[in-house]
Design a protein around this ligand. Structure first.
Ligand code: GLU
Length: 304
């Protein structure tokens, strides 16, 4: 009850702010969404759930899925993974080519496009059918077998993916892509096409806020040490070149996507997902950040 009231109060405040954000249009299929949608869902580690607005409507989670593919690759490669991709904030847009050249084809971190493409390549080297395997992993983590790729969005990404192809080609020239480029990109475009609603998204990321057990292995989905590192990467790299601003305003690790979704976590306490499709100039949900800033201020808890 308390949280739902807080959500409502904050929503009423932020809906008065002029929102000049625009819906992502460089992936044509994403442009079809109603820009005025707004949803939020919070799940605590003891499984209390609170929601507001369009929290049951699925949207394209886009780059948020990069944390899930990273988790799978990290579990397979352990610390060797960091030979192929760094853990530093990039300070450049998510699809920038400039830095990659000066860094000899090693992406700054796994959450920018170049880094996520390398992670797809790593998974292709380990797994015969990575698209299926990733979805299977997500079904287990999310405890939800209904989550799927959107073939329409994947196709739209493929048609518009000129910069992403430039990134993969550049990395291939430096020897940091080991598999066939078309296979890597097909996997990457599918990864970005996953759809969830706010409830599903918040629940999916609960594994980074508390220990959850994989029913197949009877072990934690990630060790405590890996959860620490994954949260640190989200804190430093989860919001393109606005990660510092997000930390400063919200004070939680999180990840955004150009579909207008944001997931953020308070380790040991809760996971929260917000969706509002209009993006600010840095590609993050304008109202999503406004909402989360007021939320952590109002309830007086952040990790800092
Ligand atoms: N599919 C998008 C791209 O590759 C991901 C962008 C994002 O959400 O950061 O451009």
């Amino acid at each position: 009850m308390y949280y739902t009231k807080v959500f409502e109060k904050i929503y009423n405040e932020i809906s008065q702010i002029p929102n000049n954000g625009i819906v992502c249009d460089y992936i044509p299929e994403l442009g079809n969404v109603n820009p005025n949608k707004f949803g939020v869902h919070l799940i605590t580690v003891d499984r209390q759930e609170h929601s507001f607005g369009d929290s049951e409507e699925r949207f394209s989670i886009q780059s948020i899925a990069k944390v899930l593919s990273l988790t799978l690759a990290y579990n397979l490669e352990n610390e060797n993974l960091w030979r192929r991709v760094g853990v530093e904030p990039s300070g450049t847009p998510f699809n920038s080519l400039v830095q990659l050249e000066s860094d000899n084809g090693i992406p700054r971190n796994p959450l920018i496009n170049a880094g996520a493409i390398v992670i797809c390549d790593v998974l292709l080297s380990h797994i015969k059918n990575p698209k299926e395997e990733l979805l299977h992993f997500i079904h287990k983590v999310a405890d939800n077998p209904t989550i799927v790729y959107s073939p329409k969005i994947a196709e739209s990404e493929k048609l518009a993916g000129f910069r992403n192809r430039a990134l993969v080609n550049l990395m291939k020239s430096y020897g940091n892509i080991h598999n066939d480029i078309d296979k890597v990109m097909d996997f990457y475009f599918h990864l970005c096409s996953i759809e969830m609603n706010c409830r599903e998204l918040a629940r999916t990321f609960l594994y980074l806020a508390t220990d959850l057990i994989d029913p197949e292995t009877n072990q934690k989905f990630v060790t405590t040490s890996k959860a620490k590192r994954l949260n640190a990467i989200m804190q430093l790299c989860g919001f393109y070149d606005e990660a510092g601003e997000f930390s400063f305003r919200v004070g939680l690790p999180g990840k955004s996507g150009v579909g207008g979704g944001i997931v953020a976590l308070h380790p040991g306490k809760y996971s929260i997902a917000v969706w509002s499709p209009r993006l600010n100039k840095k590609g993050n949900s304008f109202l999503g950040i406004e909402f989360l800033e007021r939320f952590t201020t109002e309830i007086e808890t952040s990790i800092f």
